[in-house]
Design a protein around this ligand. Sequence first.
Ligand SMILES: [Ca+2]
Length: 380
Amino acid sequence: MKSCCYFLLLCLSIASCGSDHPKEAHEHHDHADHDHSHHELPVSPKGHNALIEKYLNEIGQIPVDSIERSRTDYMSLIKGGTFEMGAEGKAAMEDEFPKHTVTVDSFWMDHTEVTNEDFAAFTKATGYKTTAERELDVNEILAQLPAGYQLPPDFDTSPMSLVFEQVQKGQPASPNTWWKPISNANWRHPQGPGSDATAKPYHPAVHLSWFDASAYCRWKGKRLPTESEWEYAARGKRTNQVYPWGNDPISPQRANYWQGEFPFENTGSDGHATTAPVRSYEANAHGLYDMAGNVWEWCSDWYKYGHYAEKVADKDTLNPAGPDISFDPQEPTIPKKVIRGGSFLCNDSYCSGYRVSARMKSSPDTGLEHTGCRCARSLR
Ligand SMILES: [Ca+2]
């Protein structure tokens, strides 16, 4: 198991408010700017694209539920429009620049993050097994490691996922120390065996990979939102404001986030040390809950550092769907999808993922204790 932890922490994208230290991120991004021209071609190691293709084919086989597909209850109709996307507030990171004009058509969006009850209905109807519930795929892991890397012969491939563990004060704090690989941790057992999602039906389902999220939305006759749609919806009809509720600082009355010194002390003074039931905090002006905090939400777009400048140059500003290929200078060999909205682990002292323009990324086969989703649907 030890070797498993080591390799996974090395090779999985462990995005969190918390995994990408702002200062460190800036340094990496500076470097990426100088280096950018070398990374115009796909950097995914051989094999990875084929694996993504395999998962997408599997998702394509999931039947769309004939009743669910026409339901729009528990969804808001977001009237399309033009807005300024990116770089909101002093905490804006380099990948949020330049701020640029984007237009999106009207679309539907779920009021809430997908709950355990929702996800249970999906797995019951389809028999779908999430990424975290499956044996690890050695080929998939090798595809994300530098060429020639060998896994040890006793490499443990049993199902597992990463659960957050508070770090003791005085101990080294990094994603490697606060993310623990736990056998049989998955959406049914968010903190590992002994924890039970059925006891929390209205909490967001977690440990969802991008594939799991896409599969769920397909079954509902929906899809994941684009990153542009997500940000437009999160802004809640407000212009140039940092949070879904405006510019007032985040507080325990506004959202589920981390209170105390990350990652050492979570006082949970908002009432929730991990996930909160959806609708625990006020909705934004579109009627959407938890667009800040609670769990990160998958978007359909690939993550590519520097893509906003490309969008402007290419005039790709009408219903943009993201770049064709992924590139994260921090982990160039790992293709990643965008996640948005921050989580219960977010805190201003570390990053502030709950800002409407804040971007994070994770590999599509990664689920974590703080990653979930909500779905969108085109009008037709
Ligand atoms: Ca909290």
